[in-house]
Design a protein around this ligand. Structure first.
Ligand SMILES: [Zn+2]
Length: 352
């Protein structure tokens, strides 16, 4: 498979869960860690429907197809809801439908982009992706992923993770991986990979803020709150404003390891060279920019970041991202004269 599958739950979270004192949590994490369900699903998908990438929409406009994988690892599964069809009795089907629609509407209304490829590509989602273990028992997938052509959502184990369609920012995060594959196509490794994760978090959170009409000041900067089973030691999968604090001293998840400054950048080779770890650094720069500018984050900060996503290339690094956003923000006819300084200072605060 040419395209790496891009999961919302990073391997370091599953690795920590695999060391939990809770046997049930541990067993589920070990099963998930091999990513057997995800990998097999992608393989089966690629074999079954080799030409399915970038399915055009019949009307070159919003077109959603929701499939039910029926607790199996074969994608896409059975088609259960198409564009314009009435609500399903299955809440996961409706969430995948509604949230992929919100993501489409956001890109169309805010940036004038027609779907992921800007040519009306069909948004395909599969829900209830999982597999059966050796004894035939259902193992729900503790993840959601983008495989280069479609979205796949697990049901979660019910102990740490809930249904992955519950979170609009998770859905928008994954679909933004799709947008990126048609734009900067940043290599999913090291700093370019962390930028790839960063853009998915930025537009993931912006779709939610836009949908709810929340200003940068009032909005939450957490990613994936709704997919975690609630506990006082966990607030989300990641915190863009304060990376490293999304969960703390959690008996199963431990403490969020994301760095928030270049001083603490991870140089480990794990997680494709820390793509989900080091994204904390640019995430903080974005949240700082948006809050300092005030108002709606998708307007000025979002526009600058969207343009940067179009201009970066496959091997761009953090310093390229910092300089390109400062350069875009320097266009005072578009953004006014103080925006450049705000962007510059936000990067400086994270060591760039
Ligand atoms: Zn991702």
């Amino acid at each position: 498979m040419r395209h790496p599958i891009q999961c919302i739950i990073p391997p370091y979270m599953l690795e920590r869960l695999a060391r939990s004192a809770n046997v049930k949590v541990r067993d589920q994490a070990i099963a998930g860690l091999s990513q057997a369900a995800a990998v097999r699903a992608v393989r089966a998908f690629a074999q079954r429907v080799p030409g399915m990438m970038a399915v055009p929409s019949p009307a070159a406009s919003k077109n959603r197809l929701i499939y039910d994988a029926r607790k199996k690892d074969r994608l896409p599964g059975k088609l259960v809801r198409s564009e314009g069809e009435k609500k399903s009795a299955d809440v996961a089907v409706n969430e995948a439908y509604d949230f992929s629609g919100d993501t489409y509407d956001f890109y169309r209304e805010v940036f004038g982009r027609n779907s992921l490829d800007d040519a009306g590509m069909t948004l395909i989602s599969s829900v209830h992706v999982g597999e059966s273990d050796g004894s035939g028992k259902y193992q729900p997938m503790d993840n959601a992923f983008w495989d280069g052509g479609q979205m796949a959502y697990g049901d979660g184990d019910g102990q740490i993770f809930q249904r992955f369609t519950r979170s609009l920012d998770v859905v928008a995060h994954e679909l933004t991986h799709g947008v990126q594959s048609f734009t900067s196509n940043l290599e999913y490794r090291g700093q370019s990979g962390a930028l790839n994760e960063h853009f998915s978090d930025v537009f993931g959170v912006l779709v939610r803020q836009w949908r709810r009409g929340e200003t940068a000041e009032k909005a939450s900067w957490l990613i994936g709150s709704e997919v975690l089973v609630a506990a006082p030691t966990r607030r989300g999968i990641r915190d863009m404003e304060n990376p490293g604090t999304a969960y703390e001293n959690d008996p199963d998840l431990g403490t969020d390891p994301q760095p928030s400054h270049m001083k603490h950048i991870s140089t480990s080779g794990a997680d494709h060279g820390g793509v989900h770890l080091n994204s904390g650094i640019p995430n903080r720069a974005f949240a700082l920019t948006a809050k300092a500018l005030g108002g709606n984050a998708w307007e000025t900060a979002g526009r600058i970041w969207f343009d940067a996503m179009l201009q970066l290339s496959r091997h761009s690094e953090f310093k390229d991202m910092a300089s390109i956003t400062v350069q875009i923000a320097g266009d005072s006819t578009r953004f006014g004269k103080d925006v450049k300084k705000v962007v510059q200072e936000s990067w400086k605060k994270v060591g760039l």
